[in-house]
Design a protein around this ligand. Structure first.
Ligand SMILES: Nc1ncnc2c1ncn2[C@@H]1O[C@H](COP(=O)(O)OP(=O)(O)OP(=O)(O)O)[C@@H](O)[C@H]1O
Length: 303
């Protein structure tokens, strides 16, 4: 379990992380989503003791990272896949990490196999690795100590489509086995396929958080009627704001149930009525994280 409590980080006069609170729970993949410069990496660096917080606290399994006796056994961390020792072979990187954690050497070969690095690749120096291979090595290092928590900053960077699929399956299995996964991304599509819970950050502040289902529900409803103008009038008369989508459906922030009731009482037949899909979620993500909407705040489905 990861708990972030009123965390702020100030660099000089600049507030990079502003009063961030959320938890990442066992058995779930939590996506930490935000545009470039939103404060994801900074939050994660505080979490794993690389940067001191200005205010607030981050704990992993109830303790601050610095207070964990053997951190690698509790939390696997991948922040910057390029930060590995370039002159060492991939296998040596893992051997050193295993030694530091007091793990048997057999774990090195197990981890290499788990991330699909071949014997030949493991014997090459890291400076000759592709970005995707570095990510795999970084994930191998994170998994080495058999931790219950994973903290991964943009782990899909540099992976090809098959690699992304592989990582998704690995993280899903890790969470299904009871592990806690926190992974960041600036791409909604990358994260929404895998995440159970989402925390959206913009300009250092949490602007939305909840289960994926809650946030999808908060993204509104799409409705289609043979007479969209009549339906628009009825919805507006009920106090709901309505926009017309390019394919002549209507989008509203109200629930599908509410829209159905309005249409029924106005005697308007419907052709389609459904929760907004990921396009709606993306629209919400863009709006929430736009600099001008910095004050916007959504909690769970209560948008
Ligand atoms: N050491 C530092 N000194 C000053 N400002 C910093 C420092 N580290 C980060 N920042 C600033 O804090 C803000 C948040 O940066 P951070 O790297 O946490 O964002 P991010 O969400 O991870 O972005 P990206 O998706 O681009 O990696 C940025 O404006 C960045 O310039």
């Amino acid at each position: 379990m990861i708990t972030i409590d009123s965390l702020s980080k100030r660099y000089g006069g600049f507030l990079a992380v502003d009063d961030v609170t959320f938890t990442a729970r066992p058995g779930r993949v939590t996506g930490f989503l935000g545009p470039n410069g939103a404060g994801k990496s900074t939050t994660m660096r505080v979490m794993v003791g690389l940067t001191p917080a200005t205010h607030g606290e981050a704990t992993i399994n109830g303790r601050r990272f610095a207070d964990l006796p053997n951190p690698g056994r509790e939390v696997g961390v991948l922040l910057d896949a390029s930060a590995q020792h370039a002159g060492r072979t991939g296998r040596d990187v893992l051997k050193v990490a295993a030694l530091t954690m007091g793990l048997p050497r057999t774990r090195v070969e197990e981890s290499l196999a788990r991330v699909g690095l071949t014997d030949d690749e493991a014997s090459r120096r890291v400076r000759d690795y592709s970005l995707g291979m570095r990510q795999r090595l970084g994930i191998a290092a994170a998994l080495l100590g058999d931790p219950s928590v994973l903290v991964l900053d943009e782990p899909a960077n540099g992976l090809d489509p098959a690699g992304i699929r592989w990582m998704r399956d690995l993280l899903r299995t890790f969470a299904d086995d009871g592990g806690t996964v926190l992974l960041s991304s600036h791409l909604l599509h990358e994260i929404e396929v895998i995440a159970d819970d989402l925390v959206v950050i913009g300009n250092g502040r949490v602007v939305a958080r909840g289960t994926k289902a809650e946030l999808l529900a908060a993204a509104g409803t799409v409705v289609r009627a043979p007479d969209p103008d009549a339906l628009t009038v009825a919805l507006q008369a009920a106090g709901l704001s309505v926009t017309r989508t390019p394919d002549h459906a209507l989008h509203t922030e109200a629930s599908a149930e509410m829209v159905g009731r309005v249409a029924l009482s106005a005697g308007i037949p419907l052709l389609e009525l459904r929760a907004s899909d990921s396009a709606g979620l993306e629209e919400m993500f863009l709006q929430l994280t736009a600099a001008s909407q910095r004050e916007g705040h959504t909690e769970g489905a209560a948008a």
